[in-house]
Design a protein around this ligand. Sequence first.
Ligand code: NAD
Length: 292
Amino acid sequence: METQTAKILDGKALAATIQQELATTIAELQPKIGRPPGLAVLMVGDNPASAAYVKNKEKAGAKVGIASFGQHFPTQTSQTVLEEVIAELNQDEQVDGILVQLPLPKHLDAISLLHKIAPDKDADGLHPINLGKLVRGETGLRSCTPAGVMRLLEEYKIPLVGKQAVVVGRSILVGKPMALMLLEADATVTIAHSRTQDLKTITQNADILIAAAGIPGLITAQMVKPGAVVIDVGINRVTDSSGKSRLIGDIDFAATASVAEYITPVPGGIGPMTVAMLLQNTVSSYLQTTRN
Ligand code: NAD
């Protein structure tokens, strides 16, 4: 059995600190603004993983003083109904953040719904305007998961300038914005994906390795450069031989923790940071209302 020498990047603890700070900011500003920040998480259907994520987001929001305007729709809800709800929320002055929980049932077009969210209420940072601002290096609402990774790296003062960063995954939700944020921080960035050949040779060069493929155990200790900083974005539910289910990431944590210098756990790493960034985006839109 390997000895764990890597230090843990504790996303759970940092998320708790950020949420405490947000709670203080909200408590101070609410009397001046005359209302709490509002977040509308829209969920369609009954995907159990999505339901758990939504509950988590709303619970964390309530804890810091964010009012919930969340709605839960039956699976058969039409695109038109959802577009109308988003249009109303865009106009609602009590609402600062809107997010559509993905994935959506097959008959719905997620991209077109995301386009309907007002960019300044786009708490998930997935609207083309906000993604475009990220490409251009302009201030805007940033996608929560990669923003959470950057915040965690910053907290532990991990140097990024000139470092080799490898992102495994190229989704709009995680991989692509992650690569852009690392690039913005002056890392030298490589994106690996499902068609990448010889993944191991690429990951072995990474000073900073971010796994976001959604494949349990994809990254083994042999694929990691000694002393690397390893971030596991993957969340995979697996069932062990005794029938017990648990969450694991894309990285073989036990073995990799004897090679890497820093590593994130799953759960307790990037998951809580994602929620903290969602709340932060909502509060940052709320703060804009005081400047108008
Ligand atoms: P996705 O399925 O949209 O994208 C997966 C990416 O992995 C694709 O770009 C694909 O090209 C790449 N990929 C697939 N097989 C590969 C392989 N063998 N080698 C290299 N690359 C490969 O998933 P996503 O939405 O980007 O999410 C990725 C993972 O992160 C999932 O496990 C998801 O649950 C998790 N996630 C976690 C959080 C969080 O809060 N921690 C947030 C979002 C997603």
